[in-house]
Design a protein around this ligand. Structure first.
Ligand code: BG6
Length: 484
């Protein structure tokens, strides 16, 4: 199998916040890989824009250093790197003042795709959008890319949407949720809608429950100030886990088009029931291993912010009525793993003597690491001695099945930036989706804040607090093991 790279149209991509962490860690190293793969046309340019007093050569050096630090094997391609760096420019721009804007305007080319990546705090979105128009840098074909956090509640998200809408059409706004750019997340849709096998079973007649786990081993050190105001609910659930839930639960869209997919996701979010306080477990990690406790990392000795959350949700519609969706995510857990498991119901009756019939098929979709799909099926235990049944995994690792070379896939950011240039919004969040997600999240957060709820402590390197286990045990179910 040959992986196909289809070049995008020539573009100028301006990155506001071009000297920042995200630009250096993800955006520029990702663009370099797209450049080497032939997907980024060689006459395209990336223009860093930030407050720092730098010239283009200084910027090239900064990005060369960043690629050396954060890039993969491709950084050894010295000629490729030199050719890529030659496509970089830099302008010193003051987002809140007039400095640098006319230089930026002069630099932009006409009649090519123009995209503007707002890799800056949301408080600057309005200033940037306004000046891009005032200086006639952006036009009706330009695209803007914005990062999460998209607000911290419904009100702030609505205000941000209004700010952007004052200058850009919805079709020009690309709100990034990098989980949607992950290879296996898209595979989730391929598995559901490209196979006849699963969709007939994808409902409350056959599915017992669904588990979504995003476990991380890292703590919040280094970004404690942001995280302590967000917590796992705002940082992960409102966006990444919500998107996974939507893709697993949505109705089949009539086609794989931006609005068709996003209309279906929006319906799922709107149909999510509010979650009972007994069905939410919030946790905070203790010191352990070589790490400090959450409160030390967050530099807030009295913090009640959760670094872990588990909850049981329900979607009130015909397909999912009565099927619990268990979500959990946390920092400093046992292993880095993200997976969605669809756990099917037990057989109603076993024809085999001595067999309890308590077998459950499980379809587990592994997002990371080792992307793949694992289907638990029941078979006869090999050997003589009668019909004893045993549950075994049918494991398909994409890397093994497709061959490592061919699965050299773009990381989420590279893929999403190429989609921006192509003008494909399918994997980006629409304004109404983000607002609906906050509409569901806000009362839950207000609920535990109102109760002055204290998160349960859990050991760093564990699977989360004991209460999260109980959330499942009470329902006679159990979480899948957190393992890398
Ligand atoms: C980010 C969160 O959006 O996603 C981080 O702000 C989290 O807290 C990260 O660590 C996880 O992303 P990934 O791709 O490493 O699973």
């Amino acid at each position: 199998m040959v992986s196909r790279v289809i070049p995008v149209d020539t573009f100028d991509l301006v990155i506001f916040g071009g000297t920042g962490d995200l630009a250096r860690r993800k955006i520029l190293p990702g663009l370099f890989r797209r450049f080497l793969s032939g997907q980024m046309p060689s006459d395209s340019r990336v223009i860093g824009a930030a407050r720092s007093e730098l010239d283009s050569n200084g910027y090239r050096q900064m990005i060369s250093d960043a690629i050396a630090e954060f890039g993969g094997d491709e950084k050894s391609d010295k000629d490729g790197l030199a050719a890529f760096l030659a496509r970089l420019e830099y302008v010193t721009v003051d987002a809140k003042g007039e400095n640098g804007w006319s230089e930026l305007a002069k630099l932009m080319r006409k009649d090519i795709v123009k995209a503007f990546y707002f890799s800056v705090g949301p408080s600057l979105f309005g200033d940037l959008a306004e000046r891009l128009h005032k200086h006639k840098i952006a036009d009706a074909n330009s695209r803007i890319v914005v990062e999460k956090p998209f607000g911290r509640d419904l009100e702030t998200a609505q205000a941000l949407n209004e700010t952007l809408a004052a200058h850009f059409e919805e079709g020009q706004i690309y709100r990034i949720d990098h989980y949607l750019g992950k290879e296996t997340v898209q595979n989730l849709m391929a598995v559901r809608f490209g196979n006849v096998l699963f969709e007939p079973l994808w409902n409350n007649h056959y599915v017992d429950h669904i588990q979504i786990t995003v476990a991380e081993t890292v703590g919040v050190g280094g970004r404690g100030a942001y995280y302590d105001r967000a917590g796992a609910m705002r940082d992960m659930v409102q966006n990444h886990l919500m998107q996974l839930l939507c893709l697993i639960a949505m109705e089949p869209p009539s086609q794989f088009g931006a609005d068709e997919v996003r209309d279906e996701k929006l319906k799922v979010i709107s149909e999510l029931e509010t979650v009972d306080a007994h069905h939410i477990v919030r946790g905070q990690y203790n010191a352990g291993g070589d790490g400090d406790s959450y409160r030390v990392d967050a530099e807030n000795p009295r913090s009640f912010t959760e670094s872990f959350i588990a909850m049981k949700c329900h979607i009130s519609n015909w397909r999912w009525s009565g099927v619990p969706f268990y979500l959990r995510t946390g920092k400093r857990m046992k292993a880095r793993t993200s997976e969605i498991a669809v756990v099917f119901k037990e057989l109603g009756h076993s024809i085999f003597d001595g067999d309890s019939g308590t077998h459950q098929n499980i379809l587990a979709i592994r997002l990371q690491p080792n992307e793949g799909i694992d289907m638990q099926v029941t078979i006869k235990e090999p050997g003589p001695g009668g019909m004893r049944l045993v549950d075994v995994p049918l494991d398909m690792s994409f890397a093994e099945a497709l061959g490592d070379a061919d699965i050299e896939v773009a990381d989420a950011y590279e893929r999403l930036i190429m989609d921006v240039i192509r003008g494909n919004q399918t994997l980006f969040m629409r304004g109404d989706e983000v607002e609906a997600a906050w509409r569901w999240t806000d009362p839950l957060i207000a609920g535990w804040e109102g109760r002055s709820d204290v998160p349960k402590l859990y050991d760093a390197g564990s699977a989360g607090p004991e209460d999260a286990m109980m959330l499942m045990h009470r329902d006679n179910r159990k979480w899948r093991e957190v393992k890398g």
